[in-house]
Design a protein around this ligand. Sequence first.
Ligand SMILES: Cc1cc2nc3c(=O)[nH]c(=O)nc-3n(C[C@H](O)[C@H](O)[C@H](O)COP(=O)(O)OP(=O)(O)OC[C@H]3O[C@@H](n4cnc5c(N)ncnc54)[C@H](O)[C@@H]3O)c2cc1C
Length: 579
Amino acid sequence: MTFKMSYLRKLLMGLLILLDERELDPIVRKKADVSYDFIVVGSGPGGATVASRLSEMPDAKILLLEAGESDLKDPRIKVTTRARELAKTDIDWKYETEKVSRYPFVDRTFSIPRGKTLGGSSSINYGAYIRGSQHDFDSWEDSGAAGWGWNNVEPYFRKVENATMKGMSAKLGKNGNLKLSRNHIKPSIAWNLFTEAAAEIGIKPTNNIDDMEGISPMTFTSYKGIKQNSVTAYIRPIQYQRKDRLHIVTGALVSKILIDTKSESVARAYGVEYLKNGKYHTVQANKEVIISAGVIGTPQILLLSGIGPQEDLQNLGIPVIKNLPGVGSNLQDHWFNPVDFMTNLTNPQPVGNPMMQYILNGTGLMGMDQHVITIFRKTRLSGTPTSLSSRRRPFPEIQLYLRERPTLPSMSIFAQLLHPKSKGTIKLSSKDIRDYPVINANFFGHEDDVRVLTEGFRLIEKLEKSSSFQRAGAKMVMPANCNGSIYGNPPRSDKFYNCLIWERSGTGFHPCCTAKMGSRSDKYSVVDSHLRVIGIKGLRVVDASVFPHQISSNTQATVYMIGEKAADMIKETWQTSKV
Ligand SMILES: Cc1cc2nc3c(=O)[nH]c(=O)nc-3n(C[C@H](O)[C@H](O)[C@H](O)COP(=O)(O)OP(=O)(O)OC[C@H]3O[C@@H](n4cnc5c(N)ncnc54)[C@H](O)[C@@H]3O)c2cc1C
């Protein structure tokens, strides 16, 4: 047998994945230097992208600080199908919301997983890549984010993307850092069932990129079965070449931004304080500090630094440097709800050994991506006065997706609320960075959110009534607390769906908007349209916190896009300015 080089390479790659390389990550330094031009806090899609692009400036010296440790520590990070196992491990911050005591919850809290490792939440996420609707970004612009309309952001999406497979949308970029593919196992019986039922009820096929509304297989941030996170995509390929000017320190929990309030008329950020191995350190930034600590970490750091709602800061005895009421407000997420079905279908037995198939070819059950097919849909409320968009932009408000299980006969369809009107808050619990902030998700706090999600359930009912579902004997499994019997037939009452929401809803993992971008005249804006923190020089935010409002899709593509656009804005400032 001739042993091809490509097999050898794949085998070595597989072995690397299986090895625990805890102490062997060559891109991580033990200590930071005394000062840098730019300090970036957080290595998720926002931070890694901006740090990598800033290091293209030959004279700039950059420090990337990350609270978590190397992403090589846990090999499951590289396998999309194992992402689910990473919640509640050491690489998850394990945030919980405040208790909700509204009927029928009794003191229920909700988990909000967030990645605490190099790559941030892109290390523990499920890898789906969708840009969002162009109406989302036009609506951002309507709301005061000048220069963030679709025509402005679309080139930056393309800059991110590297579509690696034939048959993907021609609009996707081909030369970007983030490798994209569609790594699905076919044929899949559940997939065929979902697709046929969708066609029967008039949902048109699309590909999410050319036209969002319709049914489409999802695109993933994986390449030959290996999931890409922000560090694989943006840092590792350049790190050796730029190791003298891009330094990375892990295990560094940033506790405060250092701000000079005396030397100039406007306060200026000049560095950060961080906690590592039980000791506080400071490091100086000669040009800018960029906070990319995610939707919870970013407001926490700003608040601890005296930037936020004056009264809250004073109550904790934190000196107020800038009264910005929007810091930590405006928290929005996608809330989703699984609907389970039993069918009379069975999947064929997988052929071969899944582990060997994965190691050799990135295929097989382990190399498969998740919830691979999805429907985006406007509701009757889209584009009406009850819709969130200030100009009634017609973006989709409901997403359904199929969670394929290798274990038919059961399968789930998830209904996801894309534009919740309820808004939550992040507030400090103490002056200590180690104490988690208080997260009030205000889960379904607005009655329209229940109405819109119920429209999603009605759409599932239509699928359920299709002849394809009937032939497959698909029956919805009712949660016992909402209905005495196990199965039930459509149409079901609004009361039943209300109960289902309270019983089964959870985060769709896409929180955003806690340091929103907007015009300086809006008192809730935290950053301007150049992502500069209002009222503080030398300080920007580059992550999912700056979304003015939630978008119609999974969020990581948009955060990468923000990282790319931010880097250009920062370069423009420093390449043309002598400040
Ligand atoms: C379980 C899960 C599944 C998801 N699935 C998908 C999906 O399939 N598709 C999709 O598009 N999106 C998905 N997402 C969402 C997506 O991952 C996020 O939108 C994206 O990662 C946000 O990027 P970010 O840079 O804003 O923040 P993050 O990725 O959260 O990165 C923030 C970083 O800052 C670090 N940090 C925080 N505080 C500090 C501090 N004080 N000091 C130093 N460092 C700090 C964190 O450790 C982290 O590394 C998922 C998220 C989760 C959690």
